[in-house]
Design a protein around this ligand. Structure first.
Ligand SMILES: *[C@@H]1O[C@H](CO)[C@@H](O)[C@H](O)[C@H]1NC(C)=O
Ligand SMILES: *[C@@H]1O[C@H](CO)[C@@H](O)[C@H](O)[C@H]1NC(C)=O
Length: 542
């Protein structure tokens, strides 16, 4: 362990102990969310006989934004008025020591029909832009998503001036088909067709208008909440200055077009430095032969000149372009994060890697049905959340180590994959993609350092090209076709954490598993106990 790193570490430890006593005073923010079906028209007038059934939160689609400040406690009472059990997960909220609130099938019981569950979360030591969405039963295809923004505490410097306004842009691909029909296709062992459209905040072409004042600078928080496609975004005649990616302040580069892969979030600043008129905001699908596109409007106050001409074009199938852009997204080491110290004080590149985990995704037929797998294991849920099985010591729900930590070359098989991982170990994870699509991998409970992304097959020599200095720290990483991505992660958050593809049909059909970061200590210093309002289901209910 180098001295530099040790000093950085000591610095963090001191600040943590200073902050420890303030945590208890962090504000509580309460909300109640009524979850209902409703008619939504993201593609305009419904073409089908039956209207699209969307999922609304408090009557809204997309759902309300969550506003928080570092360390706030969020108390959200979710009332399920649907006709099926329902769960929401919070992409990017790390649920420190508290995976019970993560809202995925392996940690939290779905909220039964007509019942409610109050999530109790703390956005401990976090800043940044994220989103929430329904995690089970393919409900994500029906909406139910919304933005999450965690602001810095007042005295912590933010590496850019306060923007004049701060907008959420949830973008994604969309099917003009009910989620229940889509689920039936997947349950029947078939692949989904190509999506029908892309949307911006659940709206179709030019429905969304963002009003700006000439000369001022605005923050746009953009998340790809879609089901299967990488997207590209651009603002006609304007540059985007990238300032934040999933809770990390970035080196502030300017882009005229940006790729946002499935499940990823970022913030850009856009300065209204052009003539007073309307401009296009365009999103379009990447790496698809058929390009889906939609637009919103950036309107200068006082504009009486509507948008004109074709919306600006962007990249379509170019992969090298996207890879080059990905390499420019780096951490600003001297900027503060959630704490007043520079983000670079944690010298991840000097910590010895204790374990390498290699994850290879695959697809194929199993018993005549389409399935997807990681290291040959196609995930099937157990009847009892894995985390509850751990908490109540219920045997037989899962087998620790049922998920191998490297490709085995076996035929694909069904299992409740759980990967054992030592608490406080520092690991390298390699995502290997031999398929012809872009993958997007997300880990709950953590941010990881994206140290390398490249084409071809990963070999130990690839480590020589790792970025061990200013790699971006985030929770979702893309893996290009026939390529690999490598991340470093410090497993300092005890819990049962979902590792999944954000390609939602593939996730639904098995491309996911849980990482069990376990300690037998049962000390609240390491992990909180199960909340007293926790819903119990499966064998935990008996
Ligand atoms: C359901 O909501 C009520 C308040 O309306 C609350 O007291 C109760 O704790 C909630 N149930 C759960 C499981 O969170
Ligand atoms: C990094 O952050 C510092 C501190 O806020 C800021 O002064 C600097 O301009 C930033 N550098 C880049 C390249 O974004």
């Amino acid at each position: 362990m180098s001295l530099n790193w040790l000093l950085g570490y000591l610095c963090i430890v001191q600040i943590v102990s200073l902050l420890y006593f303030t945590t208890a005073d962090s504000p509580y923010r309460y909300s109640t969310w009524e979850v209902t079906y409703g008619h939504i028209y993201p593609l305009g007038v419904p073409q089908r006989v039956q209207d699209m059934q969307g999922i609304l939160i408090n009557g809204q689609f997309p759902g309300p934004d969550i506003y928080a400040q570092t360390n706030d406690n969020l108390i959200i009472n979710v009332i399920n008025h649907l006709d099926e059990p329902f769960l929401i997960t919070w992409d990017g909220i790390q649920q420190r020591k508290n995976s019970y609130e993560d809202g995925v099938y392996g940690t939290t019981c779905p909220i039964p029909v007509g019942m409610n569950f109050t999530y109790k979360m703390q956005v401990k030591d976090q800043i940044g832009s994220f989103f929430y969405f329904p995690s089970t039963a393919f409900h994500k295809a029906a909406g139910g998503f919304g933005g999450i923004r965690i602001l810095s505490r007042p005295l912590i410097p933010v590496p850019f001036p306060q923007p004049a306004d701060d907008f959420t842009l949830l973008i994604g691909d969309w099917y003009n088909n009910d989620h229940a029909n889509l689920r039936a296709i997947l349950d029947g062992g078939k692949k989904l067709p190509f999506p029908d459209a892309v949307h911006i905040n659940g709206r179709r072409a030019n429905d969304g208008i963002f009003t700006v004042e000439q000369g001022k600078t605005y923050r746009f928080r953009i998340s790809n909440v879609g089901l299967q496609n990488s997207l590209n975004i651009r603002f006609q005649d304007h540059k985007m200055k990238l300032v934040e990616v999933e809770g990390t302040h970035t080196v502030q580069e300017s882009y005229s077009s940006l790729d946002i892969h499935l499940g990823q979030s970022l913030s850009v600043l856009v300065t209204a430095d052009q003539d007073i008129q309307d401009y296009y905001i365009v999103i379009s699908t990447r790496f698809t032969s058929q390009v889906l596109m939609t637009t919103a409007i950036l309107r200068y106050q006082g504009s009486n000149r509507p948008i004109f001409g074709p919306p600006p074009g962007g990249p379509t199938i170019e992969i090298g372009w996207s890879l080059e852009q990905a390499r420019t997204i780096r951490t600003n080491l001297t900027a503060s994060g959630p704490r007043p110290n520079p983000q670079g004080s944690y010298h991840y590149g000097q910590i010895p890697v204790e374990r390498t985990i290699r994850l290879k995704s695959s697809s194929g037929q199993l018993n005549g049905k389409q399935r997807y797998a990681v290291n040959s294991v196609s995930f099937i849920p157990s009847g009892t959340p894995l985390k509850l099985a751990d908490y109540f010591n219920i045997p037989g729900v899962f087998r620790p180590g049922s998920m191998p930590d490297h490709p085995t070359g076996k035929q694909m098989y069904l299992d409740t994959g759980v990967l054992e991982a030592g608490y406080r170990t520092f690991v390298e994870i390699i995502f290997e993609n031999k398929e012809n699509i872009v993958q997007s991998w997300h880990l709950d409970g953590y941010n990881f350092f994206v140290v390398g992304i490249d084409g071809g097959k990963w070999r130990p020599e690839c480590r020589e090209q790792y970025n061990l200095n200013d790699a971006i720290s985030r929770c979702t990483v893309q893996v290009y076709p026939r390529s690999w991505a490598a991340v470093y992660v410090s497993l300092d958050n005890v819990g049962m954490w979902n590792m999944r593809t954000e390609f939602w049909a593939r996730q639904y059909l098995g491309e996911q598993f849980y990482m069990r970061v376990y300690t037998p200590s049962h000390s609240v210093r390491d992990e909180y106990p199960l909340a007293d309002n926790a819903l119990l289901c499966g064998r935990a209910a008996i």
